[in-house]
Each structure stands twice: as C-alpha cells, then as structure tokens.
Design a protein around this ligand. Sequence first.
Ligand SMILES: Nc1nc2c(c(=O)[nH]1)N(C=O)[C@@H](CNc1ccc(C(=O)N[C@@H](CCC(=O)O)C(=O)O)cc1)CN2
Ligand SMILES: Nc1ncnc2c1ncn2[C@@H]1O[C@H](COP(=O)(O)OP(=O)(O)OP(=O)(O)O)[C@@H](O)[C@H]1O
Length: 265
Amino acid sequence: MTLWYTRAAAKGALVSGQLWQPYGLLRMTSKCMSSNCDELDAIFKQKRTLRTQVRKTLKAIDPSLRSQQDNAIQDLILGAPWFKSSLRLCAYISCSSLREVDTFKLLSHILQPHPNGGKKLYVPRVEDKNSHMRMLNISHIGDLVANSMDILEPAPLDAVGNAREDVLQANDPVDILLLPGLAFDRSGRRLGRGGGYYDTFLKNYKELAETRNWKQPLLVALSYSQQILDDGVIPVTSTDIPVDALVSPEGVIPISSAAFNRMDL
Ligand SMILES: Nc1nc2c(c(=O)[nH]1)N(C=O)[C@@H](CNc1ccc(C(=O)N[C@@H](CCC(=O)O)C(=O)O)cc1)CN2
Ligand SMILES: Nc1ncnc2c1ncn2[C@@H]1O[C@H](COP(=O)(O)OP(=O)(O)OP(=O)(O)O)[C@@H](O)[C@H]1O
C-alpha cells in the first residue's frame, strides 16, 4: 500500500490555526506560509521516522510475549466496569501482520448473544484513500472480509442486502471507542499509521455528539508496553485527536478528566 502525503494536506492541517509540537504550541496564521509548510513537513517527516522505529520494535517482540500482552490487555478490559456497562462500542479489527494489539477476544465477547440484547458493535471500513473511513454495525465475526490492506472489514450490505448502520447515522451515542495506533504517550498523544482515518472520523463523531448533546465517547487506545513512549517524543499537529486513556498489560492509564470520572479509578 502507498501512503500519500501532499503539501495540500499539510495546508489543511494548518488552517485551524494551531500546531502542536513536542516542544510546545506554535500559533499559525490562517494561510500556510512557506515557513509554516516547512514546519509541517518537518513534523510529518518526524512522524514517518518514528513509525519506522516503532514498527521495528514491534517486529522484535517475541511472539509468545506478545500473545501474553494481548491476553493481559483484553482481560483488563473485559473485567473493567466501564467496559461491562458500555452498550454501544466502536472497536478495530486487529491485524496480526501489523502487530496490533489483538482484539478478537473482546470482539467475540461483545458479539456474544445476550438475553437482554447485549452490546452493539461498529467496526471500521475504509471507503477511500481520502482519509475516509466509516464505522459500520456488525453482529457476527463472519460478517467480515479482508480488504486490499488485508484488514478484515464489513461489506456495506449485510447478508440479506440491507445497508449496515453507519455509526454517524445512528440514533444513539457510542460509549467507548477502542483505538489502534503505533505509539502513545501518557499525555494522550497518539501516532497512527499515517492515513488520517481515525483523526478524521473522530473529528466528525465529536462534532455529531456535540450537535446532539450526547456525552462524548471515551477514546481508549490499546497498547503494548513497548508502544508507550516518553512525553515529548510523539510529534503532533492540530488535527491529531488525543486519547482519553490507554490500556497496556501494566494496567489502565486514565489521562483525561472524562477518563478519571468514568473509569472509576
Ligand atoms: N486494524 C486496523 N484497522 C484500521 C486501521 C488500523 O490502523 N488498524 N486504520 C487506521 O487508520 C484504517 C486503515 N488504515 C491503514 C493505514 C495503513 C495501513 C498499513 O498497512 N500500513 C503499513 C505501512 C504501509 C506503507 O508504508 O506503505 C504499516 O503501518 O506497516 C493499514 C491500514 C481503518 N482500519
Ligand atoms: N480531521 C482531518 N481532516 C482532514 N485531514 C486530516 C484530518 N486529520 C488528519 N488529516 C490528514 O491525514 C494525514 C495523515 O495524518 P496523520 O499523520 O496525523 O495520521 P495518523 O494520525 O497517523 O493516522 P490515523 O488518524 O489514521 O491514525 C495528514 O495529511 C493529515 O493532515
């Protein structure tokens, strides 16, 4: 797969006026002046370098240690009151070749039939290379098929030809989003895989929740210990949306006040 990156995208990230860098906040004008574009270029370059480093680190983890971490993270979530009480969730379908924290134990738990209806699950579907991803409702793991990136995702129509519900069209809010990523820090910074899919989706979902007067969903990232980096190492721009909490094998790390309030820690 080719990752795309253009100066036009860099301009897009600047128009909102603020640019976060590891070493502080730079205020930007509404236009991308060439020095500001250079600044963004430098940040995207830092991100690419860091992604390469983290991918290497992930590849070097012994498979049995990784599997222990996968179980520890999922068991922590399955036992947590904030997870047990959640009714509607978005979660990623983990991809083992990308060395992502496994979610299959969680997914099969969420999709278990339950006499009172159980939990409702929405999972990502990439629609185009323009950072456009939808979160569609599935009821069975068998609803998933591999896409061109070899990530399992739902077809837009279900087995009987009905359009799957898009979480952005749903009548009720989701409680939690379980997020993937390449690296995180204890202040909530998140380094994704560079497509901008999650940041774009999260921006749209947050706007929807605000319009509807819904409580914002809790953004919880799943992370191997090796993916939690020191503060100041992850470069971010104004379009990067911070997470509320991390779950690593060492435990739940609440970050935002929403996480402290809702995770009952
Ligand atoms: N499981 C999962 N599903 C997801 C995401 C994800 O990160 N994980 N996404 C989150 O955005 C979206 C898909 N975006 C993706 C972006 C890059 C790659 C990928 O294969 N990247 C390679 C590098 C490819 C290259 O450099 O050309 C890699 O990271 O090793 C996969 C999915 C939606 N679904
Ligand atoms: N809300 C947004 N609207 C439009 N473009 C965006 C938005 N968020 C990110 N992008 C663009 O997506 C591209 C990739 O961004 P970035 O490197 O931050 O991705 P990422 O955070 O690693 O990926 P992801 O969000 O999928 O995990 C950049 O060109 C960025 O400007």
